[in-house]
Design a protein around this ligand. Sequence first.
Ligand SMILES: CCC(=O)SCCNC(=O)CCNC(=O)[C@H](O)C(C)(C)COP(=O)(O)OP(=O)(O)OC[C@H]1O[C@@H](n2cnc3c(N)ncnc32)[C@H](O)[C@@H]1OP(=O)(O)O
Length: 307
Amino acid sequence: MALCSVGRPLLLNTRNSLGCFFKQKQTFCSKANESQEEEIRKKLQLFPGGSIDLQKQESGIAVMTVNNPARMNAFSGSMMTELEERVCELENWTEGKGLIVRGAAGTFCSGSDLNAVRAISNPQDGMKMCMFMQKTLTRLLRLACYRLPLISVALVEGKALGGGAELTTACDFRLMTSDAVIQFVHKHMGLVPGWGGAARLVRIVGSQNALKLLAGVKKVDPDFGNEIGLADGILKVGEGDTLVNTERWLSQFTKGSAPVIRAVKKVVLSGRELALDEALTTERHAFGTVWGGPANLEALALKTKHK
Ligand SMILES: CCC(=O)SCCNC(=O)CCNC(=O)[C@H](O)C(C)(C)COP(=O)(O)OP(=O)(O)OC[C@H]1O[C@@H](n2cnc3c(N)ncnc32)[C@H](O)[C@@H]1OP(=O)(O)O
């Protein structure tokens, strides 16, 4: 059983679980796709700069930082492959419960590095890069569905543009600082999202709002973000350390039993992404993993009251 799917498909052995469904739907599953994936990985590495840093903390909350401040944290080619490596690391972090994704030096991410984009602007490379990032960001969102109970939040400070806006949608939640802006600038670049950002956006804000954001290239400030459900909270600039405040906010969802958190994320994601019958099956399986489990027995023994 492969523990990490960098360069090879992730093998899952749970029948009828959400993982099994995702395996069937995985895009990169054939040998031909694997070699294409390896090819684009090599090509992306020709465009270096910046890094994706991962700090796994004892609290069980990891902080992943998009770090390329000289280019407003734009994604260079090597950062795309590093992101995949960090996601793989998180998939293997058995102590993990939560993840904060943020940008370095007070701004989130200005999308893909336009220098790399220019160099791979032919349709073939563009499609491969798009599939690579789609797969990586899908894995980021579904970490818990494979094995780990990570609940993720994007801490959006400064600007999240283009692919940076797409990255925010690959997290379960988004917190915006009072001066932050999320903007899907793709149309102004003659593009549409390709990293899965449009599909995820529709699920987060609905198709009416998604159309407004993509076709109108509307700037989403924290109040508007709150109104349409893109932002889950606003952090006032100057009121404490934003990272500490984000960690505090996230810990309301990550405290408690890891298997229960994992099951919660699994039933919510399957309810959103699967047809009802499949979601109900997944829910039964998730229920089976916690019924009579340590957290359940402890709660029964304590005669817990929900006042
Ligand atoms: C997946 C599809 C995509 O993501 S397409 C890419 C979408 N993103 C963009 O088009 C962002 C273009 N950049 C901008 O609009 C501005 O630079 C923003 C981010 C608003 C920042 O403006 P401002 O605060 O005035 O700073 P600046 O323009 O002087 O930028 C500082 C340095 O960063 C660079 N930078 C910024 N964004 C990128 C990018 N995406 N790729 C490559 N470099 C980028 C700027 O060129 C500038 O560099 P330099 O100091 O001139 O060497």
